[in-house]
Write a protein that binds this ligand. Structure first.
Ligand SMILES: Nc1ncnc2c1ncn2[C@@H]1O[C@H](COP(=O)(O)OP(=O)(O)OP(=O)(O)O)[C@@H](O)[C@H]1O
Length: 259
């Protein structure tokens, strides 16, 4: 991992809705192969920040560099090229309800135009297999899937175009603890086998313990914490009530055990 060439560099970012400032100078970096979580209370601006990183919400001030490119200064066509190098898993999978599982993955490959049409079905199947979905699921429609299965299809779709950075919005929310653990394992295995960088919004303490290298915490429009879990635990000893309020997850048993 090179600290000199971060994949993502966020510098002095301000976001606002109308007169209301959401971020007041947010700065952080993400290195290659790193899993970074974005934490913060409800309404602290996690989704807004994620939307700025995935080219959906232009900051009013500051710079965001991805792969060294100042993404909000690029022309639309160049921005599209950056977008093709990232993968996004939205909170509820954001699957097309009228398409089968296999088609949901295939359509992403068709849109990106990376592979010849004759290979799209095989590549889609390969990714569905990689995220643990059997061939019995290929012809199912989203309404026939559990929450965990939808997230896996969403992950297969996000990964199918070989992204260098994967963005995840609350990947384990709504999953039972077993499925959430399995999802964490999947993220770790993707990260390790592909040297992928991952940025995820989460409230899930166990995910932070299982899968995350470092996390940032948003508060009052700024970054209130940037460090590892061990750094955070040290700080929590001094500020137990404040830190305890930050998580609204029912998971967390492993987090609090053995710390
Ligand atoms: N499109 C919008 N227009 C106006 N205000 C918005 C818009 N999107 C979000 N907000 C407001 O901006 C603030 C930050 O929202 P954001 O969704 O980024 O927070 P969050 O930390 O992701 O919250 P949560 O954990 O509850 O999802 C909230 O007060 C929200 O109501």
């Amino acid at each position: 991992m090179s600290a000199q060439n971060p994949l993502i560099q966020v510098e002095g970012v301000y976001n606002a809705y109308g007169d209301r400032l959401i971020h007041r100078g947010v700065s952080f970096e993400v290195q290659k192969g790193e899993v970074l979580a974005i934490l913060g209370g409800s309404g602290s601006g996690k989704s807004t920040l994620l939307r700025s990183l995935i080219l959906l919400n232009r900051p009013i001030k500051g710079t965001i560099k991805i792969f060294g490119e100042d993404i909000w200064k690029l022309k639309e066509s160049q921005r599209h090229k950056i977008f093709q190098r990232i993968g996004v898993l939205f909170q509820f999978g954001a699957l097309y309800s009228s398409l089968s599982v296999l088609e949901n993955v295939g359509i992403m490959l068709e849109e990106h135009g990376f592979y010849p049409p004759r290979n799209i079905v095989e590549i889609s199947k390969m990714w569905l297999d990689r995220v643990g979905l059997s061939k019995e699921t290929y012809e199912l429609y989203p309404y026939e899937l559990s929450g965990g299965m939808k997230k896996r299809v969403g992950l297969a779709r996000a990964m199918a175009t070989n992204p260098e950075i994967l963005f995840l919005d609350e990947p384990t929310s709504g999953l039972d603890p077993y499925s959430a653990d399995k999802f964490d394992e999947l993220i770790i295995s993707l990260k390790e086998s592909l040297h992928l960088s991952v940025v995820m919004i989460t409230h899930d303490l166990d995910s932070i313990k299982n899968a995350v290298d470092r996390f940032i915490m948003l508060k009052d429009g700024l970054i209130d914490f940037d460090g590892t879990l061990q750094d955070f635990i040290r700080r929590a000893h001094d500020r137990p009530l404040e830190e305890g309020n930050l998580f609204n997850s029912t998971r967390g048993e492993k987090f609090w055990k053995g710390m």
